[in-house]
Design a protein around this ligand. Structure first.
Ligand code: GMT
Length: 377
């Protein structure tokens, strides 16, 4: 199949899922054409069957705002025609589903049909998509897609209720390549993070308010009082400065490392014991899945799709949003009981392998493509 994929290319879960999907599809022999304003950050190195089409923006003084969604439409039309695409698969509805629908209309005028699949990821449905300035267009564009997938059951329900839609939405959960995301020998890095054998907690995100990174710091401060421990913070974003300030206020800076954006996540996760995800909203929680695949149990909040991923009392623990005391108690419990910890670590890895492995999930996308192409979605 010839598949066009559009996604946000910078840091962010929807771009990661789109890129990993493209890589997996290319490895299975499909031709995958990424269409975006920059090379997706996980698209490292040359890969057979992968092509990148950069969307260029017109530079004209009259246009105060970027006309990205329009230029994207034009590029989609070109790529569909000249690379003979079967499917345009867009990730994150805004503005990608709209650009794709416009491309479809233009192509239809030329007698060329193209099927559009929109994968919904999170705030396109739960937050920004509901803004009155966007809602009618987002609703229309989702409804006009030939196929729609959501990354969790939670997100499918939100899509249907928030947008008052009556249409089929397929749930295809996020996935991880469990052959690549697996615990490595971490002795060296572990010795740097925790030179005296302390427990190591880790958080990785874009440090947006929705991630509640200050909860991570407060949980760690409580754990640190009871159990010798360290905290590793991976990523960057608007709330990083506040998190660093809080570390100074709580006098725990010596035990917290802010690493900023990192690509060596498997190495880092392999040197850590517990992943913290206290989010305010999370339609799936891809970085928690990546941690689980590396055998790292997850302490998460109970929001959105997280309970579909993290099994309370088995692969980690779930607490109410903002229940810092409870999260800290769970962390202390796991860090103080080696046997229990090992059980959780094994269960986390098994859940990633048995329920969310790319081996099992990517074929669901291929089957869905076939169904949409045959008009049977
Ligand atoms: O929706 C967003 O906030 C952005 C999006 C992204 O690009 O990071 O994140 C969402 O998509 C991820 C991949 O499907 C999910 O793992 C995240 O849970 C989801 N974020 C939210 O729902 C806040």
């Amino acid at each position: 199949m010839n598949i066009g994929i559009t996604c946000y290319p910078t840091y962010g879960g929807s771009g990661v899922v789109a890129t990993e999907l493209g890589k997996e599809l290319a490895a299975r022999g499909h031709k995958v054409h990424f269409i975006s304003y920059a090379l997706p950050f996980r698209l490292d190195g040359y890969r057979e069957n992968i092509f990148f089409h950069e969307v260029e923006l017109p530079d004209y003084p009259l246009f105060e705002d970027s006309l990205y969604s329009l230029s994207l439409t034009s590029k989609m039309v070109d790529v569909v025609l000249y690379d003979d695409l079967d499917i345009l698969h867009v990730h994150y509805a805004i503005p990608h589903a709209t650009s794709a629908y416009n491309a479809k209309l233009i192509l239809n005028e030329q007698g060329r049909d193209i099927k559009i699949i929109t994968t919904l990821h999170g705030t396109d449905i739960t937050l920004i998509g509901l803004d009155p300035t966007l809602l009618p267009l987002v609703r229309f564009s989702i409804d006009k897609s030939d196929g729609v997938t959501a990354v969790s059951r939670f997100l499918r329900e939100k899509t249907l209720t928030n947008f008052n839609l009556d249409r089929q939405v397929e749930v295809i959960p996020n996935f991880v390549n469990t052959d690549e995301w697996k615990r490595l020998d971490s002795t060296k890095l572990r010795a740097q993070f925790a030179p005296n054998g302390e427990g190591v907690m880790v958080h990785a995100s874009n440090f947006r308010p929705v991630k509640r990174v200050t909860d991570v710091i407060r949980v760690f401060a409580q754990v640190h009082e009871k159990v010798p421990s360290k905290l590793v913070m991976v990523g960057d974003g608007p709330d990083r400065a506040e998190a660093e300030r809080l570390c100074r206020e709580l006098d725990i800076c010596a035990d917290v490392r802010f690493l900023g954006k990192q690509s060596a996540l498997v190495e880092i996760l392999s040197a850590c014991d517990i992943f913290l995800m206290p989010s305010q909203s999370e339609s799936f929680g891809l970085s928690a899945l990546e941690a689980m695949s590396c055998g790292v149990p997850v302490l998460s909040s109970s929001v959105g799709g997280l309970p579909e991923l993290n099994v309370h009392g088995t692969t980690g623990y779930i607490s109410e949003i903002g229940d810092i005391d409870r999260m800290a108690r769970y962390a202390i419990d796991l860090l103080s009981d080696r046997k229990k910890y090992d059980r959780f670590s094994r269960a986390a890895r098994e859940r990633a392998e048995n329920s969310f492995s790319s081996r099992d999930i990517v074929p669901l996308y291929e089957q869905y493509y076939e169904r949409v192409l045959n008009g049977q979605q």
